[in-house]
Ligand binder design. Structure first.
Ligand code: ADP
Ligand code: MG
Length: 240
């Protein structure tokens, strides 16, 4: 579903992604880990072309997304993204936050969009918050709204960039639970996270990045039992 082939990316003369080769199949959950500044967010943002690549090839759903002339908005409709900071519209209710894009972008009727929004609010466990404003919700609830908003576009891929990093510890679990359910239902996901329990339990593969390179890619059982790379071992030992 997602394939990087020898992808390089520079910011000026600084090379942020180096020779990235990566294939993520349908229904897989790729968990990306690594030190701060290693290029994890950049890698993720290339997948919906929030960042352009400098060379190589990146295909999403068989579309070469960095080719001239492709309809990037069409590609993006299939890709939901959830950020560390939830980026909800503060002056809109939860329901309005979720229905906005389906109505404006997909041309869905308001009634249908609201039904879909309620369906996903049930899914993330907070249907009673439909009429609330973001400021009236906890961080964990706001992040669950952000996930529901992503899902309401019926994407084929969901990208998560440190979705629990801004949350108080007691709220991390409720967001990871929603992501775990999503994985079980077969969503293709790329997740940047420091939650190693999640990586171990839910990941199809763990991708360890350092200084713009994928240093190691392995199933979680293998990676956590016996990381091959010295830098991966050092990284893990610092987290524990
Ligand atoms: P991570 O998510 O792993 O912390 P990032 O992908 O955010 O890493 O960043 C990787 C490197 O690229 C960092 O050294 C960062 O400072 C640099 N970087 C990120 N965005 C830009 C930018 N817009 N311009 C220049 N350098 C950037
Ligand atoms: Mg980042």
């Amino acid at each position: 579903m997602i394939q990087f082939r020898e992808v390089n990316k520079y910011y000026g003369s600084f090379q942020v992604l180096k020779e990235i080769d990566l294939t993520i199949g349908q229904g897989e959950v790729a968990v990306v880990i690594g030190p701060s500044g290693s290029g994890k967010s950049t890698l993720l943002r290339c997948i919906n072309r929030l960042e352009t690549i400098s060379s190589g090839q990146l295909t999403v759903n068989d579309v070469n997304i960095h080719e001239r002339g492709i309809d990037i908005n069409k590609v993006r409709r299939d890709i939901g993204m959830v950020f560390q900071h939830f980026n909800l519209y503060p002056h809109k209710t939860v329901l309005e936050n979720i229905t906005l894009a389906p109505v404006k972008v997909l041309g869905v009727s308001r009634k249908e969009a609201e039904e879909t929004a309620m369906f996903y609010l049930h899914k993330v466990g907070i249907p009673e918050k439909a009429k609330s404003y973001p400021s009236q919700l906890s961080g964990g609830q706001q992040q669950r709204v952000a996930i529901a908003r992503g899902l309401a576009m019926k994407p084929k891929i969901m990208l998560f960039d440190e979705p629990t990093s801004a949350l108080d510890p007691e709220m991390i679990g409720e967001v990871l639970d929603v992501m775990r359910d999503l994985a079980r239902e077969g969503m293709t996901m790329v997740v940047v996270t420091h939650e190693m329990g999640f990586a171990r339990e839910v990941g199809s593969s763990v991708i360890f990045m350092d200084q713009g390179r994928i240093m190691e890619q392995a199933p979680p059982s293998e990676f956590f039992a016996n990381p091959r790379e010295e830098r991966a071992r050092t990284f893990l030992s610092r987290l524990l």
